[in-house]
Design a protein around this ligand. Structure first.
Ligand SMILES: *Cc1c(COP(=O)(O)O)cnc(C)c1O
Length: 479
């Protein structure tokens, strides 16, 4: 490691020197970001630290090539190396997840979801319509046919988890394109248990008859039974689309197996590559053979040129995730979340659903008299980076919220285990207990108002610094 670390240190130092000579503010911000990441307890459930090989793969001239199209079938000349890159990324994705088909082009999770939605629409709506009209391609349609097809697209129904129950914006939220391009109805969780109520979901689906049933979440601290989701989709003739953006690492690492593994049950699966999967910032779509051809038309349907350098980094990250060490990592992510949840519960913090069995924990800070925004800010003052999040039926709305979402993927990458996460639970509780809300004047939303008892921030920062120093980020990398 030390040879590698010193080589990488010198590469990055020199590269930043070159960048500095062009735009010093960017070199400075890049250096500062490393210090900031090193100096705080990063508990944001959707973040991680990609490996140095993954990061280095992104900094190359693969970025310079236009390669719109698909592997071996591009709209530009000279794409042989991008073909290789995309092919290797897709091969690793298929092998890692046991998927029939993988599409490595989406630039982000939202792009991957748009590709998924449009490929499902194209498979379920456009193809049958073309057949009905005796047209081979959309080019054969008359203007009147087009109008009818657009109307058909826009009248489709999607059913996904509501935002305040832990779903994502792209699952039909009214301010997202998914809530505008579809008629949508969301499903929530049982008010008593906080868990998905599959029987109620089935009854609602029978009534609403969605074309697409979306399973997946950003802030639900529990596992999903995808066999049940499949049954519900089948009962109403829906396509089952699973958005595993948050928990792909737990699927890759074989923590979620059997009915908790979405791949055998879903028609289409989309994910990010940068969250628990620990790759570069990007997206990925997996599909059954049946949906493969329509997913493959992500470009030109939704995407332009793929990011060759990022697809290359996806290939490297997916290769890493196929190593046995990644399964150890993924299991530790889940074990650590449990330790963190238990540590918080034991110290009197309320958790949505009363715990976790994935990588994230959702604190309900209402019992401290705090909003999520006040808690988030007080924790940040103390060197603990989290994000506020709605709890189901949140009394404080989506801006202030009553929850704080935390997760274990990033700090587990740094090497934190049970002892460290129990200590983190202690630090969080200490900060919450020492934060007093200061009422915000009605109609004056400004800063989060709270008082942090004297010495709390300093005490917590010192304790955090100790934990961080014992588990360095990119050890040996010195700039
Ligand atoms: C993070 C997330 C996304 C969006 O990913 P981006 O890369 O930020 O576009 C989509 N769906 C879910 C469930 C997510 O958690």
């Amino acid at each position: 490691m030390s040879d590698f670390a010193s080589t990488v240190s010198s590469i990055y130092s020199q590269a930043l020197g070159v960048i500095e000579s062009v735009e010093p503010r960017i070199a400075a911000a890049t250096r500062a970001e490393l210090s900031d990441q090193r100096a705080s307890l990063k508990l944001i459930a959707s973040e991680n630290y990609a490996s140095l090989p993954v990061l280095m793969t992104m900094g190359t001239w693969l970025s310079d090539k236009y390669a719109e199209g698909t592997i071996g079938h591009r709209f530009y000349a000279g794409c042989q190396n991008i073909d290789t890159v995309e092919d290797v990324a897709a091969e690793h994705a298929r092998e890692l997840f046991g998927a029939e088909y993988a599409y490595a082009q989406p630039h982000s999770g939202i792009d991957a979801n748009l590709v998924a939605y449009w490929s499902i629409l194209s498979h379920r709506i456009e193809s049958p319509a073309l057949e009905r009209l005796g047209a081979k391609t959309v080019n054969d349609l008359t203007e009147a046919d087009w109008e009818a097809l657009r109307a058909e697209f826009n009248s489709q129904r999607v059913m996904g988890m509501s935002l305040d129950a832990g779903g994502h914006l792209t699952h039909g939220f009214r301010h997202n394109i998914s809530g505008k391009m579809f008629r949508q109805r969301s499903y929530g969780t049982n008010p008593g248990t906080g868990l998905i109520d599959y029987d109620k979901l089935l009854a609602d689906a029978r009534e609403f008859k969605p074309l697409i049933l979306v399973a997946g979440y950003s802030a639900y601290p529990r596992r999903v039974n995808f066999a049940r989701m499949r049954e519900i989709a089948d009962a109403v003739g829906a396509t089952l689309f699973v958005d595993m953006a948050h928990f792909a690492g737990l699927v890759a690492g074989k923590v979620f197996t059997g009915e908790e593994d979405p791949i055998p049950y879903a028609d289409v699966v989309a994910t990010t590559t940068h969250k628990s999967l620990r790759g570069p910032r990007g997206g990925l779509v997996l599909a059954t053979k049946e949906y493969a051809a329509s997913v493959d038309r992500g470009c030109p349907m939704v995407l332009g040129g793929p990011l060759g350098h990022v697809m290359a980094a996806k290939a490297v990250a997916l290769a890493e995730a196929r190593q046995p060490a990644f399964q150890t990592y993924a299991q530790a992510v889940a074990d650590n979340a449990k330790t963190l949840a238990d540590g918080l519960l034991r110290r009197g913090v309320n958790l949505v659903t009363g715990g976790t069995d994935n990588h994230l924990v959702l604190l309900d800070v209402g019992s401290f008299g705090l909003t999520g925004r006040q808690a988030e800010s007080a924790l940040l003052d103390s060197g603990i980076v989290t994000n506020r999040n709605s709890v189901p039926n949140d009394p404080n709305g989506a801006w202030y919220t009553t929850g704080v979402r935390i997760g274990t993927p990033a700090l587990t990458t740094r090497g934190f285990g049970a002892a460290e996460f129990d200590r983190v639970a202690e630090l969080i509780t200490d900060v919450l207990k020492n934060t007093t809300p200061v009422a915000t004047a009605a109609g004056a939303p400004g800063k989060a108002r709270y008082d942090l008892a004297e010495g709390t921030a300093e005490r917590t920062r010192a304790a955090a610094a100790e934990l961080l120093a014992a588990n360095p980020l990119y050890p040996g990398l010195e700039l």
